[in-house]
Design a protein around this ligand. Structure first.
Ligand SMILES: [Zn+2]
Length: 649
């Protein structure tokens, strides 16, 4: 009765052996095909262990444990991110024993099974490992805080309360983050320097920062703290901290668990640096300005086995690599807000030193002001004389509006330019204002009442005017928020019952066979303009308009007396058009957002000029509660509305 059982067992074993052999052969083919590694047909002292690699999640310690069951391992090469390793034994008998023990062996690795397949190879040369050094200006200080300080710092971060009034907390895709002092904004990679958060940095950081000061790592105390919390498997994309936002030195404290941070030079050199818990990373000069830093999202890092608990560069020496499991790491990054442009030695990566870069649509208040100053105010100041000499003819419908006012009316022209509308109706008391000192001087020379001011804060009494006009001005504001503020300011000036006439530059530069005079005269840019109009037509909902536009012969140019002035192609005139058209850039940025509802209003900016144009039937979004739209129409390449103030807010 014994014999048949034995037979069944041996048959089963030989079946399993065949299966194992098949898989082992397959593994050696894969090695040859993908890695160029040839296995030996006869036993050697060196065994390649397929699936026994760092890339499979097998650590040096675990693999070493099973290999030494076979004998003394002379060397174990574990190339980073590869699914295999090479073990060299002192003798052939030991390598054969290890081969037998390990081939088909199943290892438990962090909750999943890994089956090892072994083959013999000719002795492998580990190669000379190139020793890498830290990026210049970077250092890692181990045990910069004690375990007690570490837990105090971690406890100080309250992740349960969002408290946006004190700190700004955000759940990012790959980590969670909290800001102190100033909020760092991920939409423009900058901080609102004029909006500090009320509570500053947590007191618990004081001792650490004083130590940084005493040890000479910093010369001034930081005023911004970003706390990032990374779960195992989370990371942060490679980046350079915005130069214009922060001063040179950046400090980052690693708490809770270690990680490996990757630094990369623009020439593609990369350095992986181990940041142990309680260590302080100091980034200065080249490492802060030129190298990117980031954390690859993964659950294990490849680190040197001999110095796994230490800081420093990961030299990818396969004879000394192992895996380190990530835990929850919290970093405290301290930075000092920069208030003057960066003048670092790395202009190619410096946002303060790149005037030619296309501007983004502004997000922060200060960015919007800067953009308007650079692309609107400065341009008008420079071209004011020429601008004025070509702006005599009032637009008929604006003139009609002014002539319709009663004889004792008080009228304000916000953005009055050279004052061409201030003298239209001599029966009306007219007051103008403009942002350009030179244009207001021209008004004064012509005997008009005018003041220099910003259209967002007009120094005139509320509810004092029967009429307010703002002709081709509001599109110069670079954000929707600011355009709405400009309309609100106009309405503030109006008496109840008073009316405002607003013209804003339209995206559509021809409408119902009526071509804007900018289009008519702009021969140099005709092709571009026509092409853009085709795009714009797609945005116009009014089918009739589109059909009419299709009948327009693009190159036909109706001349009239008014456009003769504009045919004078001087540099400054073309600047004005650029200010309005924003068409210099070969790569304009287009985004949603604007003053008007209806078709999504569009803003467009380029790196040499800037303006905002709107498309679609105009209807002001705010301050709707106080006003009523009496009329809206298209005229002179602008969308226009007449509003009446119906009651006091
Ligand atoms: Zn810089």
């Amino acid at each position: 009765m014994e014999a048949p059982v034995q037979n069944v067992k041996s048959v089963r074993r030989s079946k399993e052996d065949k299966k194992l052999l098949k898989r082992q052969i397959k593994a050696s083919h894969t090695l040859l095909k993908h890695e160029g590694i040839t296995t030996a047909s006869q036993p050697t002292q060196c065994v390649v262990v397929c699936n026994g690699g760092l890339g499979n999640g097998v650590s040096r310690e675990l693999l070493m444990e099973v290999l030494t069951e076979g004998g003394a391992v002379e060397s174990l090469l574990m190339p980073p991110n590869k699914p295999y390793s090479f073990a060299t034994f002192a003798s052939l008998s030991e390598s054969q024993r290890a081969h037998t023990l390990c081939n088909g062996r199943v290892l438990q690795c962090n909750g999943h099974d890994v089956t090892l397949y072994c083959s013999y190879v000719l002795p492998v040369d580990g190669g000379v490992c190139e020793c890498v050094s830290l990026p210049p200006g970077l250092c890692v200080l181990e045990d910069f805080v004690t375990p007690e300080e570490e837990s105090r710092l971690l406890q100080a971060v309250d992740w349960t309360s969002h408290g946006d009034d004190v700190t700004a907390q955000r759940e990012l895709k790959h980590r969670r983050v909290k800001h102190y002092g100033y909020e760092f904004r991920y939409d423009n990679n900058n901080v609102d320097k004029d909006k500090p958060l009320p509570d500053g940095l947590p007191l618990v950081c004081d001792a650490v920062l004083q130590r940084c000061l005493c040890d000479g790592h910093i010369s001034v105390l930081p005023d911004q703290l970003t706390v990032n919390q990374y779960e195992s498997g989370q990371g942060i994309p490679p980046h350079v901290d915005t130069h214009s936002a922060f001063e040179d030195t950046i400090l980052s404290l690693s708490l809770g668990a270690k990680t490996v941070m990757d630094f990369r030079h623009p020439d593609d050199r990369s350095v992986a640096v181990v940041l142990p818990p309680r260590s302080l990373l100091v980034m200065k000069s080249e490492s802060r300005y030129l190298w990117t830093h980031g954390i690859t999202p993964r659950k294990f890092d490849v680190v040197p086995a001999s110095t796994a608990e230490r800081s420093g560069v990961v030299n990818f020496d396969p004879s000394d690599l192992t895996l380190s499991q990530r835990g929850t790491r919290t970093s405290f990054t301290f930075r000092k807000i920069r208030h003057t442009p960066c003048d670092c030695a790395y202009p190619s990566v410096c946002d303060s030193q790149r005037p030619a870069s296309p501007p983004r649509l502004p997000v922060a208040h200060s960015d919007a002001c800067h953009l308007e100053e650079q692309y609107v105010h400065r341009v008008y100041e420079e071209i004011s004389a020429h601008f004025s000499s070509t702006r005599h003819a009032p637009w008929p419908r604006v003139r009609d509006f002014l002539l319709s006012l009663p004889s004792d009316a008080i009228m304000a022209d916000i953005g009055c330019g050279n004052g061409k509308y201030l003298g239209i109706n001599p029966q009306v008391f007219s007051l103008g204002c403009d942002r350009s000192v030179n244009l207001v001087s021209i008004c004064a020379e012509r005997g008009f009442h005018s003041v220099v001011c910003d259209a967002l804060s007009v120094p005139l009494r509320s509810s004092a005017f029967d009429a307010v006009i703002s002709i081709a001005v509001i599109h110069h504001f670079s954000t929707q928020e600011r355009r709405l503020a400009a309309v609100t300011e106009l309405v503030r000036l109006l008496k109840v019952g008073g009316r405002a006439l607003i013209y804003v530059w339209a995206m559509e530069q021809e409408y119902r066979n009526q071509k804007s005079k900018y289009l008519k005269t702009n021969k140099n840019q005709e092709n571009v303009e026509n092409q853009e109009n085709v795009e714009n037509q797609e945005n116009v909902e009014n089918q009739e308009t589109v059909e009419n536009q299709e009948n327009v012969e693009p190159k036909a140019s109706k001349q009239n007396t008014e456009s003769i002035n504009d045919l004078d192609e001087t540099k400054s005139e073309s600047s004005v058009r650029q200010v309005h058209a924003g068409k210099v850039s070969s790569n304009p940025i287009r985004r949603r957002g604007g003053l008007w509802e209806g078709d999504p209003a569009q803003a467009e900016c380029s790196h040499q000029s800037y303006s905002v144009r709107v498309s679609g039937s105009p209807r002001p979004v705010a301050p709707e509660s106080e006003v009523e739209v009496q009329q809206s129409y298209y005229d002179q390449g602008n969308w226009c509305v007449v509003l009446q103030k119906t009651h006091q807010p």
